[in-house]
Design a protein around this ligand. Sequence first.
Ligand code: P6P
Length: 345
Amino acid sequence: MTAKIITIERHFLEQQRFFPQASGEFTNLLYDIALAAKIISREVNKAGLAGILGLAGAENIQGEQVMKLDVFANETIIRMNDHTGRLCIMASEEIADIIPIPEQYPCGKYVLVFDPLDGSSNIDVNASVGTIFSIHRKVSDGPRGSLEDLLQPGYKQVAAGYIVYGSSTMMVYSSGQGVHGFTLDPTVGEFLLSHPDIQIPPRGKYYSVNEGNYHYWGEGVRRYVDYLKTPDPSIMLRAGEAIGRPYSSRYMGTLVADFHRNLLAGGIFMYPADSKDPRKPRGKLRLLYEAAPLAFIVEQAGGRASDGTQDIMHIQPASLHQRVPLFIGSREDVGKAEEFIGEFG
Ligand code: P6P
């Protein structure tokens, strides 16, 4: 019997059953994000032809500088969402300050925070890139949104997700009812349910970290990574597959792509604090629109996300673009990393 074809729109509607009080605004917001993802996917997939066709990221035939893809992605998400009346405020990795809803448009009850094109430097080498988004409810009293609505801890998210523009374009999201993955069929322009109810294995086979920073990490992280590389005779079998140490190293330099692989196959992604750049003592990744939305996803899939000492989801943000060390993936692996950091600092 052929599998049911479930589009992401149909899935959103079915999920709406869990929110009887929902006015459909939330569902429509998810639609808007999925549409923006399709538009960005189209441009990303043409990026390699930029110089030839004068597309985003190159000069067009009039010799004008066509906007770079990360700027295009940012503009696309803002334009799709600033007039709908569903949001009260936005924030983006690309924009230093808050993004208010223009005065001429009504304000809604949701907040959208996003990284429009994570890993954009990988586009020139045709490696995967991604978009990450996080949705909160408005909590401030005013008629329009404010910084207070943006600086909410991860556990208050109502939904989060990412799009990975790779060998295929996939959208993975959760609204608190499990994690579901959709693959874009570009011939019909539909995201089709391909990975229902994703669960991350409790222990992994991959570790993902930039080992070039090894000598800038704390002792605990160095010892943990050495531990992952040390052969362990007590190999365990899971579903007939040997799971044990040494883990395999996989690092693509795009958070979304590394996270997605580990979500499906099991493992841990790390971007630890390091002493390499005194301006970034807390590592490179951002709390609001990278760590927190992926933490929401991984917890819904049975995994964990930590800054090395506490759950990402319980960190109260102090500023829009604050950085945070990130250990995310299979819960046993994240727990083991915390043990090493707890013991050795
Ligand atoms: P490094 C991409 O620039 C990014 O923000 C993440 O997507 C990725 O995980 C990380 O930086 C890679 O950083 O220092 O290892 O090149």
